[in-house]
Design a binder for this molecule. Structure first.
Ligand SMILES: NC(=O)c1ccc[n+]([C@@H]2O[C@H](COP(=O)([O-])OP(=O)(O)OC[C@H]3O[C@@H](n4cnc5c(N)ncnc54)[C@H](O)[C@@H]3O)[C@@H](O)[C@H]2O)c1
Ligand SMILES: O=C(O)C1=N[C@H](C(=O)O)CCC1
Length: 248
């Protein structure tokens, strides 16, 4: 049995992960932590894998606490930057057996949308990303949309595409945040869960790639896949993105 401790266990995703682990035949819940709880109850004897679904401002510190305790971590919390990844890589250098896996999105639809966007982006003059989420989400734009913007930008660079056409001359705040040269727009609307659209345009044609997660159960197959991979195979160091485990 894989012993799983959940950090952020009282949150929307944390509760869903506890339920999914409880229902899995090969896993058992070890410890459940939320804000204010001490990490001292988590150790490498009682925990094989820790799962972190907390908030962007605390997740780096949580991961560093777990790495210090020689515990591999699966992270779904957003808010990651290259600087934060580097801090994890530095910490992992002293713990060569430990792995940290971070995914901006565990839903297969979102992972594939990101992948297809990377395939398509090289063929289109214009590309923009719209992410749409429930209004209780604390960060904007979504971690997924940031990841997709980088995916599109990488594909455009590889194809030697020039800048995206845009004649806007007045205040550009209505054009969204520009991430790696790609405009990203965030919508917050009661009734939504997690959704993303990638719009790709050429003269006279448009391709829309859309992923919809209607409920948090959509993330659970990906979370369980990541836990199993991290527990049963050797994945030392930092791995980012569920595509790493999907043979795309
Ligand atoms: N990767 C994915 O597929 C995916 C899917 C959904 C949500 N998310 C991300 O997961 C994160 C959590 O989302 P949510 O909707 O569950 O949020 P939430 O606000 O419902 O839950 C966050 C939980 O973390 C707890 N917390 C805060 N500080 C803590 C600390 N220092 N230690 C332990 N627990 C702490 C809070 O008390 C709360 O219970 C967000 O960053 C969100 O964007 C990722
Ligand atoms: O509900 C959220 O919050 C989500 N956050 C992730 C993101 O920011 O990309 C994944 C989708 C759901």
């Amino acid at each position: 049995m894989i012993k799983v401790s959940v950090i952020g266990a009282h949150g929307r995703m944390g509760r869903t992960v506890v339920g999914a682990v409880d229902s899995a035949d090969d896993m058992v819940i070890a410890q459940q932590l939320d804000a204010g709880d001490s990490f001292d109850i988590v150790n490498s004897q009682n925990t094989d894998i820790a799962v972190d679904f907390t908030i962007p401002s605390v997740t780096l510190n949580n991961v560093l606490e777990l790495v210090k305790r020689d515990i591999s971590v699966v992270v779904g919390t957003t808010g990651w930057t290259e600087e934060k990844y580097e801090k994890i890589r530095t910490a992992l250098a002293d713990h060569p057996e430990v792995g940290v896996f971070i995914a901006p999105n565990f839903a297969i639809s979102a992972v594939l949308a990101d992948y297809f966007a990377g395939v398509a982006a090289r063929y289109f003059e214009s590309a923009e990303v719209i992410e749409l989420h429930h209004p209780d989400k604390v960060d904007a734009p979504s971690g997924t949309a940031i990841h997709t913007a980088h995916t599109i930008a990488d594909a455009r660079r590889a194809a030697n595409l020039r800048g995206i056409p845009d004649g806007t001359q007045n205040d550009t705040s209505a054009r969204g945040e520009v991430i790696d040269g790609i405009h990203v727009h965030a919508v917050r609307l009661r009734g939504l869960n997690a959704h993303e659209e990638v719009l790709l345009g050429n003269a006279g044609e448009q391709l829309t790639i859309r992923a919809d997660s209607f409920d948090r159960g959509s993330f659970m197959p990906g979370v369980l896949l990541a836990i199993r991979n991290m527990a049963t195979q050797s994945h030392p160091g930092l791995t980012v993105g569920l595509d790493s485990f999907l043979n795309l």
